[in-house]
Ligand binder design. Structure first.
Ligand SMILES: [Zn+2]
Length: 318
């Protein structure tokens, strides 16, 4: 009896040990399998460091997938972190960074995203495309976005001398918006005067070619827009001044201060702000206002972006 009992006990212990070993092996196997098939392991194999892996695991699926399906990419995390990052520009960001890397070691990723979004990785008037006329009042016209050949808007109206210096015309919707703005400013003792409105293709061509004939293309490009690339040809742009000022002095006037605060309420934005010359392609022009409609003008103002940047991020449907 004693012998049998002891034998059974021994067999039971062996059985338990075997079960424990098997369970341990299974668990170890599962853990190893999990480890070698985990995204962390795969990212490590691709070449990402611990910090990058932590970031990528928490990033959205598209970013993680890009990392898992491509070679190691040092720019992936800093690029996708930028507020105005656009996936469709990814390869162009990379090309631009490659070009920059030969000049400098530190990459300003915010600047890369901004520049590429507005085509500033290309020289002015290169890589131009036809602007999307379906955007209506929101059309973008700059040194990369071109109006249809010899474009002329249909609803151009003559501006009364009451509002302008000389003979001027503008699109009727813009005229109505300007009159509303004019009256509001007038109530606060401010007089807004239109100094330039709609300019025809022919006019712009003449101006541009005069500059070009006199001093060459580079000079002409720094002083005038090429025909079909001018905002004034859209009939949606106005140069605004007030009594006793011209051009550069306008920014020191109460009229300018008033416009800074209220222009968006009537559908206008300052189109070429100070410090953004390299984005807009134009020198700061305190007098040049672009009509977008009240809602869009307010959104653009609140974004703090130039219209070129805003359009690229929020409106471009390509
Ligand atoms: Zn202008």
């Amino acid at each position: 009896m004693v012998y049998t009992k002891r034998k059974i006990k021994k067999q039971a212990i062996i059985a338990i040990i075997i079960v424990i070993i098997v369970i341990t092996l299974i668990i170890t196997g599962i853990l190893l399998f999990k480890h070698f098939t985990s995204n962390e392991y795969k990212l490590e194999q691709i070449g990402y460091n611990e910090k990058e892996i932590t970031t990528l695991i928490k990033a959205d699926d598209k970013i993680l997938n890009k990392a898992l399906t491509s070679d190691y990419d040092k720019d992936l995390i800093p690029l996708t972190k930028q507020k105005y990052f656009l996936w469709k520009n990814y390869n162009t960001y990379k090309e631009y960074i490659k070009d920059l890397a030969t000049e400098t070691n530190t990459i300003d990723y915010k600047d890369v995203v901004t520049k590429v979004n507005v085509n500033r990785n290309y020289d002015y008037y290169t890589h131009t495309k036809d602007t999307d006329m379906n955007q209506g009042n929101a059309i973008l016209v700059n040194k990369y976005y071109k109006l249809p050949e010899q474009y002329a808007p249909e609803d151009i109206v003559e501006v009364s001398n009451w509002y302008a210096y000389g003979t001027m015309s503008i699109r009727s919707e813009v005229y109505d918006a300007f009159k509303e703005m004019f009256n509001a400013a007038k109530e606060e003792g401010i007089t807004l005067i239109i100094n330039s409105g709609y300019r025809t293709y022919e006019y712009q061509k003449e101006v541009y070619e005069q500059y070009k004939d006199a001093n060459g293309e580079e000079y002409a490009d720094s002083y005038a827009a090429r025909p079909d690339f001018s905002e004034h040809q859209t009939g949606l742009a106005l140069d605004i001044i007030t009594y006793g000022t011209s051009g550069e002095e306008f920014e020191n006037t109460d009229a300018y201060k008033w416009l800074q605060e209220h222009a968006n309420e009537y559908g206008f934005i300052l189109r070429y702000p100070k410090g953004k010359e390299d984005i807009t392609g134009y020198a700061y022009e305190s007098w040049h206002y672009r009509y977008l409609g009240k809602e869009l003008a307010t959104k653009v103002k609140n974004s703090g972006l130039t219209y070129d940047e805003y359009y690229a991020y929020y409106l471009d449907k390509e």
